[in-house]
Design a protein around this ligand. Structure first.
Ligand SMILES: [Fe+2]
Length: 334
């Protein structure tokens, strides 16, 4: 862990971000940041800003089942609350909105897929504290897990541990039930702080049913190759500011762009990209909503049954606008 912290801090101070597709200069983002600053300043002077804030506060809970023939029977009905990209320092009022939305929900696992923090000049303790407030009503029967996002510094690990989370940095946790195992592997952010340790962690397993928690979808192909059944991520905010119809203007994905939001497929693996609880930079949303997802794992019939064609096959949820998309992950940095 000490080696990882030292290496991560070096990467945080570097002039480059390193993703699965390679290294890219931080200077390349300056034009986009300048454009966003101008856009933000202009929007703040119009009534659109208040509307965008109301949109951002209109969180939704997305509930669906995913069925897997490979799921150990004792995990049938296992409920995972998936929260991503809270960034609550950008918009603290969202903590109250999330608490109201979630109520006193009871789940088996809480999985936070990164970007707990937002503004790098703000204290990370405040972001973790606001997340704790947002989730205060829920009862988690099993593990409370988190992974880091591209906004989260290495020090976020200790801060999240202090508020009761286990932070998975390129390692796994095995959940046991009635003598059966479910492996959850969490990676460090692969968009900006990728190292080969992330890919190695995906391949370090026995033959359990496996779930990957990663901030972005950008190593979905690696996880599929390593035999994972489910991949939970965020990072894109569903576009946050989208065209009518929900088409994102920007996703910040450098690869695996078919996995920008909602349910998708990568080979034999099912993935879900959360639209995120929070917002980045400008505290507004247009044509997309913030969310938390309550995912219930179901044991599907075996290959000879109506559902299964392979050991990792899953079923889509009932929402008609969330049909899984499938495509190959582009290898090049784009
Ligand atoms: Fe984010």
């Amino acid at each position: 862990m000490e080696n990882w912290i030292a290496k991560r801090r070096l990467m945080e101070r570097s002039r480059y971000w390193i993703g699965r597709g390679g290294r890219r200069s931080r200077w390349r983002k300056l034009p986009f940041a300048a454009l966003m600053a101008v856009f933000g300043a202009a929007v703040r002077m119009t009534p659109i800003y208040a509307a965008g804030r109301r949109n951002a506060l209109a969180l939704k809970r997305v509930d669906f089942d995913l069925s897997f023939s490979a799921l150990p029977p004792s995990f049938d009905g296992y409920r995972i609350l998936h929260v991503s990209d809270p960034h609550l320092d950008y918009f603290p009022e969202l903590a109250v909105a999330a608490r109201d939305l979630l109520g006193d929900l009871e789940v088996d696992m809480l999985a936070v897929t990164g970007d707990i923090h937002g503004n790098h000049r703000a204290p990370i303790e405040r972001s973790a504290g606001l997340l704790t407030e947002a989730l205060a009503g829920i009862k988690v029967l099993g593990p409370r897990l988190a992974v880091l996002g591209n906004h989260d510094p290495a020090d976020m690990v200790g801060v999240m541990e202090e508020v009761g989370f286990e932070v998975l940095v390129n390692r796994s946790l095995v959940v046991r039930r009635a003598g059966e195992n479910l492996r959850v592997t969490g990676l460090d952010d692969v968009n900006s702080f990728y190292t080969e340790a992330a890919r190695a962690a995906l391949h370090d397993h026995d033959d359990e049913f496996r779930i990957a928690l990663v901030h972005s979808a950008e190593v979905a192909d690696d996880a599929d190759e390593a035999g994972y059944s489910l991949y939970l991520c965020g990072h894109t905010h569903g576009g946050q500011i989208c065209l009518p119809g929900g088409r994102p203007l920007v996703t910040h994905l450098k690869r695996c762009r078919h996995a920008a939001r909602g349910l998708w497929r990568q080979g034999g693996m099912t993935g879900y990209t959360s639209c995120g609880l929070g917002v980045s930079d400008l505290p507004v949303r247009f044509n997309t909503r913030g969310e938390v997802a309550l995912i219930t794992l179901r044991k599907a019939p075996t290959a000879s049954g109506a559902c299964g064609t392979s050991a990792r096959t899953s079923r889509r949820p009932q929402e008609p606008d969330r049909s899984p998309r499938s495509a190959a992950c582009r290898r090049e940095d784009g």
